[in-house]
Write a protein that binds this ligand. Structure first.
Ligand SMILES: Cc1ncc(C[n+]2csc(CCOP(=O)(O)OP(=O)(O)O)c2C)c(N)n1
Ligand SMILES: [Mg+2]
Length: 594
C-alpha cells in the first residue's frame, strides 16, 4: 500500500493506541498535520500555545493516565522550544514521543528558513540528544515504519523516557511503501524479573534488620507496583518514605507512611532514614534532594546502614551509596518476588519501632500546626495547602512544578494514590504546572485536577490556559501570588544575609511591590478568574471552581515576607556560598561533610 510519510505516521500512532497529539503548526509540519484530517475521530490533535507547553501537556497526560501521548511541532524555533519539556520528561523517565519537522532532504545544508545549519545541516536532533533516549532523522519515506516501531519500543522498554523523530518535510508529503507493522509483534512481553539469589539475599538482610525503612521512588509508580510495595512494607513493619517522584506509592493515611525525606523533607522521613539499619530503595536514584546533598547522617547513614536497591536501570545501582544487595529488575516483579521470599522468613521487629514512627508523625503535625492554622494575610502556603486538600477529593490530581508551592506540597500535602501527584521532579522547572495539568485533565476528563503554582511559574506558561479555555476543560489552577521568586528570595536572606536579596522581589520601578493581576490575565484568556485574600475563603473558592463548567484560576494572595513565606525543611541542601561571605561561608563548608 502506498501512503505519504504523514499518513504512515498517523496510521502507526493510531495502531499504537495513541489518542492525543499536542501540537503547534508551522510550515515544517503542515504536510504531516494534514494527514490527521482524514483520521478525525480516531486520533485528536490538541492545540498548545508554546511548544514547551505541548511537551509538558503530553508528559502530564502520561503521568495522569499511563497512556503515551505525542507532541508535534514545526522546525527551528518550534522544535527548540520543546527542549525544557524533553529534559523534564527525560529526568523523570517519562515516555513521550516528539515529532518535529525538518528541512527537506534535498535542501539540507543550504541554511533555509529555520534550519539549524551550523556546524551540520538539519541539526536540531543534536540539540535534543542529551535529553532523549534516542533520536531518528529518517531520509526516506520507507524507513518510517521501522523508525516508528523502534521509537515506541524505546520509550516503553526498561527505564522509560522521551524520544525524538525529526521528519524532513519532503518525507511527510511523499508516497512510500507501507506494510503496517502490528506494534505488539515487535515488542517484548512481560516484566524484567529479578535474580532469585539476589532476592533471597535481600530478604535475609531485611528480616534481620531491626530498623528497616523503605524508600519509594518514581519507579514504583512507573511499574504500577504500589500494592506490592505496601505489602512488603506491612510484612516488614517498615516505614515508607519517598522521593518527589515516588509520592503516592503508599497512601498518606497508611500507618507506615513516614512522609518525605531529604533537604525539603519531614521530621519523620528524615529521622527514620537517618536511624535505619537497612534501607530498601525501589526505583529511586538518590538525588541530592532526598539525601540532603549526601551530607552523612542528615538523611541517610549508609554505611553503616545496609542498602538493598532495586532498579530497572543497572546504572543507578550503587551510583550514590554502596549497596549490600543490588537488584536489576522491574519494581513490581522484584517486589512480588521479595514478598514471596519474605513469607518464608521470620522477622524480629520490636513493637516500639512503630510507636516511634507515630510519635515522630505527631511531632511533625505539631511543628506545622501554627503555619497551617494561622489566619495571617497574605496567607501562608501551609494554610493554603490545608484549604486545598479540604476541597480536592481523595482521587483528585494535584499538579505542581517547583519552588515553595511544590516543595511544601511534597512535605505537607497528603496524597492517597499513585498518579494523583504530578510534579516536575528532577528538572524541577517552574512553568511545568499549568501545561502538565492541562495534559492530565485531557487524559482524565472526569477526575478533579488542580494545578498549584507560584506567580513566577504562572508568568512563564500560564498562557497555555488558552488551550484549557478552548477545550472547556474543568481544570482548577491555584496561583500563590506573592509578587516574586519568593523561595529564592528567602534563600538569599537566610543563607547570604538580610541585606543580600537581589532580583527576586517583583518591583515597580525598583521600589513598590509589583503583582501581576493573575485573575485578570486568566479572564483575558477565556477562563474564570477570582482573587482570594482570606485563607478561610480558599476552600469554598476551590469547591466552587470544581463545580464550574470550564477552567477556573484562583489567585490566592500569599505571604511575601519571612517568617510567613518560609517552608519547613528539616534536612540540608548544598547551596554554595560566595567566598567573600566569611563566617557564613565557613559554616557552610564545615557542614558539607565531604
Ligand atoms: C525554569 C526555571 N527557571 C528558574 C528556576 C529557579 N527557581 C526555583 S524556585 C524559583 C522561584 C519561583 O517563583 P514562584 O513560582 O513565584 O514561586 P514562589 O517561590 O514565589 O512561591 C525559581 C526562579 C526553576 N526552578 N525553573
Ligand atoms: Mg512567587
Amino acid at each position: 500500500m502506498k501512503l505519504t510519510g504523514g499518513q504512515i505516521i498517523v496510521d502507526h500512532l493510531i495502531r499504537e493506541g495513541v489518542e492525543r497529539v499536542f501540537a503547534i503548526p508551522g510550515h515544517g509540519n503542515t504536510a504531516l498535520l494534514d494527514a490527521f484530517v482524514d483520521r478525525r475521530g480516531e486520533i485528536e490533535v490538541v492545540p498548545a500555545m508554546h511548544e514547551q507547553g505541548a511537551a509538558h501537556m503530553a508528559d502530564g497526560y502520561y503521568r495522569a493516565s499511563g497512556k503515551v501521548a505525542v507532541a508535534c511541532t514545526s522546525i527551528g524555533p518550534g522544535a527548540t522550544n520543546t527542549l525544557t519539556g524533553l529534559a523534564t520528561a527525560f529526568a523523570d523517565s517519562m515516555p513521550l514521543l516528539l515529532i518535529t519537522g525538518a528541512v527537506h532532504t534535498y535542501m539540507e545544508n543550504r541554511g533555509v528558513l529555520q534550519e539549524i545549519d551550523r556546524p551540520h545541516g538539519n541539526n536540531f536532533p543534536r540539540m535534543a540528544e542529551p535529553v532523549v533516549k534516542r533520536w531518528w532523522q529518517p531520509s526516506r519515506v520507507d524507513q518510517l515504519p521501522a523508525v516508528l516501531h523502534q521509537a515506541f519500543n524505546t520509550i516503553l522498554e526498561g527505564r522509560r523516557g522521551p524520544v525524538l523523530i525529526d521528519v524532513p518535510q519532503d518525507l511527510q508529503a511523499e508516497l512510500g511503501e507501507h506494510e503496517p507493522v502490528e506494534p505488539l509483534a515487535r515488542r517484548a512481553h512481560g516484566r524484567v524479573a529479578p535474580d532469585p539469589s539476589a532476592v533471597a539475599a535481600a530478604a535475609d538482610l531485611l528480616v534481620r534488620a531491626r530498623r528497616p525503612v523503605i524508600l519509594a521512588g518514581g519507579g514504583v509508580i512507573a511499574a504500577e507496583a504500589s500494592a506490592e510495595l505496601v505489602a512488603v512494607a506491612e510484612r516488614l513493619g517498615a516505614p515508607v518514605t519517598h522521593s518527589f517522584m515516588g509520592k503516592g506509592a503508599i497512601p498518606a493515611d497508611h500507618e507506615l507512611y513516614a512522609w518525605p525525606c531529604g533537604d525539603m523533607g519531614s521530621i519523620p522521613g528524615n529521622a527514620m532514614t537517618r536511624g535505619a539499619d537497612a534501607i530498601l530503595a525501589v526505583g529511586c536514584r538518590f538525588s541530592d534532594r532526598i539525601t540532603s546533598s549526601y551530607r552523612p547522617g542528615v538523611t541517610f547513614s549508609i554505611p553503616p546502614a545496609k542498602l538493598v536497591q532495586i532498579d530497572i536501570d543497572g546504572f543507578e545501582i550503587g551510583r550514590n551509596y554502596p549497596v549490600e544487595v543490588g537488584i536489576v529488575g522491574d519494581a513490581k516483579a522484584s517486589l512480588a518476588a521479595l514478598l514471596a521470599a519474605l513469607a518464608e522468613r521470620a522477622d524480629n521487629r520490636s513493637p516500639d519501632y512503630l510507636a516511634e514512627l507515630r510519635d515522630l508523625k505527631a511531632q511533625w503535625d505539631e511543628h506545622l500546626r501554627s503555619m497551617r492554622t494561622t489566619d495571617h494575610r497574605p496567607m501562608t502556603n501551609s494554610r493554603a495547602l490545608v484549604e486545598i486538600r479540604r476541597a480536592l477529593p481523595r482521587e483528585g490530581i494535584l499538579v505542581t512544578d517547583s519552588s515553595n508551592p511544590a516543595n511544601q506540597a511534597f512535605n505537607e500535602f497528603p496524597i492517597y494514590g499513585p498518579r494523583t501527584n504530578i510534579v516536575a521532579g528532577g528538572m524541577s522547572g517552574i512553568g511545568f504546572g499549568v501545561p502538565a495539568a492541562i495534559g492530565a485533565q485531557v487524559a482524565a476528563p472526569d477526575t478533579p485536577v488542580l494545578a498549584l503554582v507560584g506567580d513566577g511559574s504562572f508568568l512563564q506558561t500560564g498562557t497555555e490556559l488558552a488551550t484549557a479555555a478552548m477545550l472547556g476543560l474543568p481544570l482548577v489552577v491555584v496561583v500563590l501570588n506573592n509578587g516574586g521568586w519568593e523561595a529564592i528570595k528567602d534563600l538569599q536572606i537566610n543563607l547570604f544575609g538580610p541585606d543580600r536579596k537581589i532580583n527576586t522581589a517583583f518591583e515597580r520601578r525598583g521600589s513598590e511591590p509589583y503583582f501581576a493581576d493573575v485573575a485578570a490575565l486568566a479572564r483575558s484568556l477565556g477562563c474564570a478568574g477570582e482573587r482570594v485574600e482570606d485563607p478561610a475563603e480558599l476552600a469554598p473558592a476551590v469547591e466552587r471552581a470544581f463545580a464550574t463548567d470550564g477552567p477556573v484560576v484562583i489567585e490566592a494572595m500569599s505571604a511575601r515576607e519571612l517568617p510567613w513565606s518560609l517552608m519547613h525543611p528539616t534536612g540540608w541542601w548544598d547551596i554554595t556560598v560566595p567566598a567573600y561571605l566569611g563566617k557564613t561561608r565557613d559554616d557552610y563548608v564545615a557542614k558539607r561533610g565531604f
